[in-house]
Each structure stands twice: as structure tokens, then as C-alpha cells.
Design a protein around this ligand. Structure first.
Ligand code: BTN
Length: 268
């Protein structure tokens, strides 16, 4: 397992801002926490923190993101979009689109499970956790955290993630080759910057279209649950603000802002 080569990453990076200010640490509690501090200290947009391992990696819904060293990418980026807090889910959708584009460039056949899990063959290869710092009704900054399983062979996935994430996969497991982590991260930053600039310049429409084109949801039977309720129906897509549109069996369509979604596998 080779350590991440920061100098090589910098050499490969072709962005205007994302990742140009870049901090690397062998171990951090959470790269999202580090970028939050950078945001509070006034670091420029695009500042990035990468850790070789995390001791308290955070996932969605208060879950832990298991972050063993030397194999994967744990990265967070600081953005300062001039948006209202209600628009922040779009930043997560944008990140999911960027991850899919990066993985497809590597040859992986992947797609998005709402809102922003990236799956290969039904197994999760990447997760995104977007956190906000707000002031009154404005967003001071957004931290986009991405965890991408890169060079974990199947045996390591089973051994290190099996108990917590039995359906996880990695690029190596899916593509049967070892990937160049520095090149994958440079390409991820370029893709993230492309979609962020597109969103800033052209608004939500191209992003909405790009998300739908990469989505695994449309027409799928799903169960969506929150701590309070659960619903079953057919996913129709997302609204322009990123809500999941779920047509219930009653015919009524719900727009869900947040929920945990599972595919229902109809018996053959
Ligand atoms: C998910 O549950 O799907 C989201 C996982 C997000 C994990 C990444 S790893 C880098 C960044 N730092 C964290 O603590 N979490 C995110």
C-alpha cells in the first residue's frame, strides 16, 4: 500500500480553485471537521483536506464512515456558494454527479441512489456528507465531504467494512485493477469544479438533468423511511430542489426532502 503522493496529485491537478489550497494528514478525526475549521478561519473557496485515515469519519444519519488507511480517499472541500440554506441539498446532488463522472472515466459502470450514494452493481462505492455553516438566513460556507472506496480488494472489504457495511464495494473490487489514487482525486476535483461552475453560471436546470441522467431511481420500487414514518411506491425522479418524487400505490405523489431509501426487489 503506497502512501498518497501529494506532490504528484498537485502535478496532476487541473483546476482553477478546487484543491489548489490543499492540506494532507496521515490521520484526522474527520476531514469535514478540519474543513469546517478552515471555513471559520476564512480559508479560500476550494480549500481541500485529505486524510489517509480517519478515526471518526462521519456518514449520513449519524453513521460512522469506516476509514482504514492507505487504500481509499477521504476528502472534504470548502465551498462558499451564495445560496440559501434550503438550496444546500443541491450541492450534495452536484457532488454525486461529479463522483459518477469520475468513476465512469475510470471505466466503472455506476449510478446514483437518491440523494447522493454512488453504487456499482447495487453496492455502495462512495458516500457524500455535506455540512453547512449558516448565519441567519444565509450559507456562510458548505463542507462537501466525499468518501470513496478505491483500492480495497474484496477480502479487505469483507474484513474491514463487512460488519458495518456488508454491501460496500470499491473501485478495485469492481474493476479488478489497482487504481491511481492521485489521478482519481485530481479528476474528482476537476469534475466537482466543472459541476459547481455550471451550477453557479446556469442554475439548477443542467444539474437536475445531469442528476436524472445518472440516477438509478426512476421507475424503481422503493421504501423510504424517516424515524417518524415510512412510504412505499415507485420513484419518479427528483424535483428541481432535489426532493425525491415518490408515487405511492394510492396514486398520490410525495416529495421527500430527506429519508433513507431502500430498493424493493420484487420477486421474479
Ligand atoms: C455517507 O454516509 O454516505 C456519507 C459518507 C461521507 C464520508 C466522507 S469521508 C470524508 C468526509 N469526512 C467525513 O467525516 N465524512 C466524509
Amino acid at each position: 500500500m503506497a502512501a498518497f503522493d501529494l506532490a504528484r496529485f498537485r502535478h496532476l491537478l487541473r483546476t482553477r480553485s478546487l484543491g489548489q489550497t490543499c492540506h494532507y494528514a496521515p490521520v484526522l478525526d474527520s476531514t469535514n471537521s478540519s474543513v469546517r475549521v478552515l471555513g471559520q478561519q476564512g480559508s479560500p473557496e476550494g480549500s481541500m483536506v485529505l486524510a489517509e485515515a480517519q478515526t471518526a469519519g462521519r456518514g449520513q444519519a449519524g453513521k460512522t464512515w469506516i476509514s482504514p488507511p492507505g487504500r481509499n480517499l477521504y476528502v472534504s472541500v470548502l465551498l462558499r456558494p451564495p445560496i440559501a440554506p434550503a438550496q444546500a441539498p443541491l450541492i450534495s446532488l452536484l457532488a454525486a454527479v461529479a463522483v459518477v463522472d469520475t468513476l465512469r472515466q475510470e471505466g466503472a459502470s455506476c449510478g446514483i441512489k437518491w440523494p447522493n450514494d454512488v453504487l456499482i452493481d447495487g453496492r455502495k462505492v462512495a458516500g457524500i456528507l455535506t455540512e453547512l455553516e449558516t448565519y441567519r438566513d444565509t450559507v456562510r460556507f458548505v463542507v462537501v465531504g466525499i468518501g470513496l472506496n478505491v483500492n480495497m480488494p474484496r477480502a479487505a472489504l469483507d474484513r474491514e467494512l463487512g460488519m458495518i457495511a456488508p454491501t460496500a464495494t470499491s473501485l478495485q473490487a469492481a474493476l479488478a485493477r489497482v487504481l491511481d489514487r492521485e489521478a482519481v482525486l485530481a479528476s474528482l476535483m476537476a469534475s466537482l469544479e466543472h459541476w459547481y461552475e455550471t451550477y453557479r453560471a446556469a442554475g439548477v436546470a443542467p444539474l437536475h438533468e445531469a442528476w436524472e441522467a445518472r440516477s438509478l431511481m426512476r421507475g424503481r420500487r422503493v421504501r423510504a423511511s424517516t424515524p417518524e414514518a415510512s412510504w412505499q411506491g415507485t420513484a419518479e425522479g427528483i424535483s428541481p430542489s432535489g426532493q425525491l418524487l415518490l408515487r405511492q400505490d394510492t396514486g398520490e405523489t410525495l416529495a421527500l426532502t430527506s429519508a433513507e431509501v431502500r430498493f424493493i426487489h420484487d420477486p421474479a
